[in-house]
Design a protein around this ligand. Structure first.
Ligand code: COA
Length: 257
């Protein structure tokens, strides 16, 4: 458990709130583990009919903690490609429906996790960015498969490779979110959405979700992505990208072949 993820149960909902606002809810390994444990536990808890993902502070999440990434990239420390992020595995396996409420920015895994959520609400000021290539990394969370399927190849390529943010209106038009709501109303709207799901016939809901998803395909793609992700974490390209972030400057990839 970590204080950076708040866990509440309320009226058939499991509410998981990212709570590391001073670091823009950047996700640490401890946070992933708590999220994974809670999502997996919900699947065997009949009192939970829907999971709600929220975030405290002025943004949903700045993505993976970059210091964690840098530590993983050290020689000898990098995990085997098969040591998948437990949160991603839990998302791929989840049977309980998941609703996400994206307030403000979502970066990297903050966007790719949405591809595993069943309904997504965004605040009107939301900005979604998947800057994997800007960090010299590659997409994860099976997003190399799911993102082009969801929004089309050219839009997915632009998001991954140019790393430009998309706003709430585009997120809705492209099918990444159900709807945009005023920031002040986001939490209430998300609770109402999750509560509506929780009133439906539970076995039918779970079965519908599982018919819509191919768990084995998602897990296989995550493993495949990890091979490339781990290689890139150890690369000089990533070192330059991380150093640039720490020094608050743009990375210079001109010297790489
Ligand atoms: N990992 C670790 N720390 C992070 C972080 C991340 N992904 N994102 C932000 N932080 C930290 C900053 O280092 C800073 O810490 P400090 O106060 O100790 O210096 C704090 O959170 C506030 O961040 P800051 O950059 O000042 O906020 P901002 O509002 O100006 O910008 C972002 C917000 C999200 C645009 C910017 O922080 C950013 O680009 N972060 C990196 C996002 C990223 O590349 N994620 C990985 C994707 S795969």
């Amino acid at each position: 458990m970590t204080e950076h993820v708040l866990v509440e149960r309320s009226d058939k909902l499991l509410i998981l709130t990212l709570n590391r606002p001073d670091k823009k809810n950047a996700l640490t390994r401890a946070m992933y583990q708590t999220l994974a444990t809670e999502i997996a536990a919900a699947d065997t808890d009949p009192t939970v009919r829907c999971i709600l993902l929220l975030a405290n502070g002025d943004m949903f999440t700045a993505g993976n903690d970059l210091s964690d990434f840098a530590a993983l990239g050290q020689a000898g420390a990098a995990p085997a490609p098969t040591d998948a992020n437990p949160f991603l595995v839990a998302l791929a396996r989840a049977r309980t429906p998941i609703v996400a409420a994206v307030n403000g920015r979502a970066v990297g895994i903050g966007v790719t996790m949405l591809l595993h959520c069943d309904m997504v609400l965004v605040s009107e000021d939301a900005l979604l960015t998947a800057p994997f290539v800007n960090l010299a990394l590659v997409p994860e969370a099976a997003s190399s498969l799911l993102m082009p399927l969801r929004i089309g190849h050219v839009r997915a390529f632009e998001m991954f490779v140019l790393g430009e943010p998309i706003n709430a209106e585009k997120a809705v038009n492209w099918g990444l979110a159900n709807r945009a709501v005023a920031a002040a109303e986001l939490r209430a709207a998300a609770v109402a959405t999750a509560t509506a799901i929780a009133t439906r016939a539970p076995a039918a809901v779970v079965c519908t979700k599982s018919l819509m998803r191919e768990e084995a395909v998602l897990l296989a793609r995550m493993t495949q992505e990890s091979v490339h992700f781990v290689r890139q974490l150890k690369s000089a390209e990533f070192k330059e990208a991380f150093t640039a972030f720490s020094e608050r400057r743009a990375p210079d990839f001109s010297k790489f072949e």
